[in-house]
Design a protein. Structure first.
Length: 268
């Protein structure tokens, strides 16, 4: 079999528009695993936001992997072992909070199984919480509250207000921190070189595979890195036009179980 690994973005790719896992996708993934395919859930979500999907796919029992925070953490689902982890520098976190406040947008991060932010009713903050099946813990000062290690900050708001935040972060922390959009309203802030391509290379090496054996499926801007390195790059019909430029194949939409269609055609 030519392809032995399958990397799947979640939102807009594996899940439908209600963030639910379609039964057809689930059954196709079960069959792929039975054929020996390594299934990798690759998402910008925090670990706790990916776990319900991993549980629905029975990856703890069947085997599989999670790339959380765009690859800031790599987890072996069967053993629970953290195979790789990257942390944001403290001084960067302080500046992210300040840059966000200065530009009228919100910075947030994660604790245990909740989103932590200075607002609990902003439309984009609430959207991130719902995406991860959780709630928002409102705090007076995010940077004072966060006294623990963090793999990712997310800055949320109108795109035009996020642009100067991104530019300020990249200018001050070049080579130390990356800032990029997963959606027009979501600015991801992660340690430098944390992206789906680099984390996939690390994981594939650990399990004895290469990108020549990888199918990657995505729809968003943060999927471009893994699409560029995969042997077969798949973009969903609902994906951004910019992302489709990197596709070898355009799959049916997430609402039409495009992931299952790809598995059925290329793996089964």
């Amino acid at each position: 079999m030519k392809y032995k690994a399958l990397a799947l973005d979640l939102d807009g790719t594996l899940t439908d528009n209600n963030k639910e896992l379609p039964e057809r996708n689930k059954e196709a993934i079960f069959k792929a695993i039975e054929k020996g395919v390594s299934v990798i859930l690759a998402s910008g979500r925090p670990l706790f936001g990916i776990t319900p999907i991993a549980d629905a796919l029975e990856l703890k029992e069947r085997g599989g992997y999670i790339l959380a925070y765009n690859g800031g953490q790599i987890i072996d689902c069967k053993t629970g072992e953290c195979l790789h982890k990257r942390i944001l520098p403290r001084d960067c976190m302080e500046d992210v909070c300040r840059f966000a406040r200065d530009n009228g947008v919100w910075a947030l991060t994660y604790e245990d199984t909740t989103v932590v932010c200075e607002s609990d009713d902003d439309i984009y903050v609430v959207r991130e919480a719902k995406c991860n099946y959780t709630t928002v813990k409102k705090v007076d000062s995010l940077i004072d509250y966060v006294d623990y290690e963090v793999s990712k900050f997310l800055v949320v708001g109108e795109h035009k207000k996020l642009l100067p935040v991104r530019d300020a972060i990249l200018a001050k922390y070049e080579g130390k921190v990356d800032a990029f959009f997963s959606e027009d309203y979501f600015l991801e802030v992660v340690p430098a070189n944390v992206a789906k391509d680099e984390s996939l290379k690390i994981l594939l090496e650990k399990i004895g595979l290469t990108t020549d054996e990888l199918i990657a499926c995505g729809d968003g801007m943060n999927d471009i890195p893994m699409l560029k390195v995969a042997a077969l790059s798949v973009v969903m019909e609902n994906g951004y036009d910019e992302v489709k430029k990197y596709a070898d194949v355009i799959a049916p939409s997430n609402e039409d179980c495009g992931v299952a269609a790809i598995i059925e055609e290329y793996l089964l």
